[in-house]
Design a protein around this ligand. Structure first.
Ligand code: DX5
Ligand code: ZN
Length: 239
């Protein structure tokens, strides 16, 4: 794993991919410039939608060269941690709202050999993450209510990102933004301190495994818009 830095990373969510062709979709987005592959696991209970679980992660792992970033929207979490470790997840992110023992859950994720992430719903103050910042590698700030792709960005979350960035200080903790990221919203969160941008519909829109060039154009458009909002970080990235 490379050393920590805050250059802008784009993490396409395969929730917007062709569900009949996940392996080739993962290869296509990486070839088109994706930094991480974001995998949205939903249980139809914590969120009102069902997607896929550790078996899908196992199946796509050989098709991902870089980071598999798994976002659990499930409750409970703990009984599935070992299965996601075995499936090859690099980052495993659990929601603070998923149960009463998030500290234990994050410890268990680290104990299973993965990088722990903490996700926060829009209704949760980011200050709730404060006691956990020394045990995690990422905070995922939801900028939609989790459950579905293609929703509208919740603009009031930008101030939460700004407060979270101040809380994190110089800790090596990424701020990931999830939901409604498009070239128009990416600069708002980047300027507020976010460095990892999840995007589903805005990456996959207009492309396919047979014609993946639009994926690359979409990734570059989001990245350019975000980097333009943080010129100093852009210079560092090219240094
Ligand atoms: C929402 C998921 C997101 C979603 C993002 O519950 O966690 O990762 O796929 O999709 P877009 O970018 O379309 O809002
Ligand atoms: Zn997600």
């Amino acid at each position: 794993m490379s050393t920590f830095d805050r250059r802008i990373r784009i993490a396409p969510s395969i929730l917007a991919a062709d569900f009949a062709d996940f392996g080739r979709e993962c290869e296509a987005i990486e070839e088109q410039g994706a930094d991480w592959v974001h995998v949205d696991v939903m249980d139809g209970h914590f969120v009102p939608n069902l997607t896929f679980g550790p078996q899908l992660c196992t199946a796509i792992r050989p098709h991902i060269r870089g980071v598999m970033d798994v976002h659990l929207m499930i409750a409970p979490v703990d009984s599935y941690i070992d299965a996601f470790a075995a499936a090859g997840a690099d980052i495993l992110t659990a929601h603070l709202e998923a149960g009463p023992h998030i500290h234990r859950t994050l410890q268990a994720i680290r104990g299973a050999g993965m990088r722990p992430g903490l996700a926060l719903n829009p209704g949760t103050p980011v200050e709730a993450a404060a006691p956990l910042l020394d045990m995690i590698e990422l905070v995922c700030v939801m900028t939609v209510n989790p459950g579905f792709g293609g929703q509208k960005f919740i603009a009031s979350q930008v101030d939460q990102v700004r407060r979270l960035r101040a809380l994190i200080g110089d800790r090596p903790v990424h701020i990931e933004i999830d939901g409604g990221v498009i070239p128009e919203t990416a600069p708002l969160v980047a300027a507020a301190g976010a460095d990892v941008l999840v995007a589903g519909s805005a990456v996959f829109n207009g492309g396919s495994v047979a014609d993946p060039a639009p994926y690359g154009n979409n990734i570059r458009a989001i990245r350019a818009a975000a980097e333009a909002a943080v010129p100093r970080r852009r210079e560092e990235a090219h240094a």
